[in-house]
Design a protein around this ligand. Structure first.
Ligand SMILES: [Zn+2]
Length: 180
């Protein structure tokens, strides 16, 4: 990976020998590995038993989870927020685990559409919830820094499973909660 970064830097005509760039290939490789660390994680290890019995049968929502990912088409960041909700069917998931599930999938090469679905499916799998809702809103550097250079566009994606899909009332309750 270090060699790949060295070729990239040479490729744009830079001098790899100048002091500021000497260790850049090594640093960049380390950073990239960190941004892609989700590949080394898996759902069961991550959740590690943090699923607890509960008779709560109403919406559990974790809102405004910071989201940092890399688009798989340009390897540029997309950054935003994730809102994750589910309706328990006898068990609830430790709150920090919801954020860690978002991270596990975000720290891979992604498109926002697939990321949304992977988070929703994982929450469903872990909790057996009666419904799962995930909304992601993100700004894509590949749109802002290059190409169409649209600085203010935000991409929103959502996945609704179970009760959130079947019941307009439940879905609206969720949508109202994430707007407030
Ligand atoms: Zn892109």
């Amino acid at each position: 990976m270090e060699n790949a970064y060295a070729s990239l830097i040479r490729g744009v005509g830079e001098d790899l020998g100048r002091p500021g760039l000497l260790d850049t290939p090594k640093r960049a490789a380390k950073a990239f590995q960190y941004l892609c660390k989700g590949y080394t994680e898996d759902l069961n290890t991550l959740v590690n038993g943090a699923v607890f019995p509960s008779d709560n049968d109403q919406i559990v929502l974790v809102k405004d989870i910071e989201l940092y990912s890399l688009c798989e088409h340009h390897l540029l960041p997309f950054i935003g927020k994730a809102h994750v909700a589910y309706i328990p069917s006898g068990k609830v998931l430790g709150l920090s685990k919801v954020a860690r599930i978002v991270d596990m999938f975000a720290r891979r090469l992604q498109i926002q559409e697939n990321l949304t679905k992977q988070i929703a499916d994982a929450i469903q799998e872990v909790t057996d919830a009666r419904g799962v809702a995930v909304v992601l809103e993100a700004k894509h550097m590949c749109m802002m820094m290059r190409g169409v250079e649209k600085q203010n566009s935000v991409m929103k994606t959502s996945i609704m499973l179970g009760l959130f899909r079947e019941s307009a009332q439940t879905r609206n309750e969720f949508l109202t909660l994430i707007q407030s």
